[in-house]
Design a protein around this ligand. Structure first.
Ligand code: FES
Length: 100
């Protein structure tokens, strides 16, 4: 049994990534624990949200490049191919480009 006091720290489960906004020409960091919706709203970009849990689809936003880590339970695979729920999704890669 491993002594918890000497165990290596757990790897970050939510690595930071950069949000690229194609139309606004902005690049915004999304840190672990932050949502894309929060980052967008802090940057002054209005995003409608309701549930903020990936259930309602209100925040679905068109994505253009990258590999979204979809964590919603409302978008169909066909919808996820073009849209991402920015309240709960993250990115599998270092950048995710949105049509904003
Ligand atoms: S606000 Fe409901 S899915 Fe994002």
């Amino acid at each position: 049994m491993q002594n918890p006091a000497t165990a290596a720290p757990l790897p970050a489960t939510e690595p930071a990534f950069e949000l690229v906004l194609a139309r606004s020409h902005l690049r915004l960091p999304v840190e672990p624990g932050e949502s894309m919706a929060d980052v967008l709203q802090l940057a002054g970009i209005a995003i409608d949200t309701l549930c903020e849990q990936g259930v309602c689809g209100t925040c679905a936003t068109r994505w253009l490049d990258g590999t979204p880590d979809h964590r919603d339970s409302c978008l169909s695979p066909e919808e996820q191919a073009t849209h991402v729920a920015v309240c709960c999704a993250r990115s599998h890669g270092p950048t995710l480009t949105l049509d904003l």
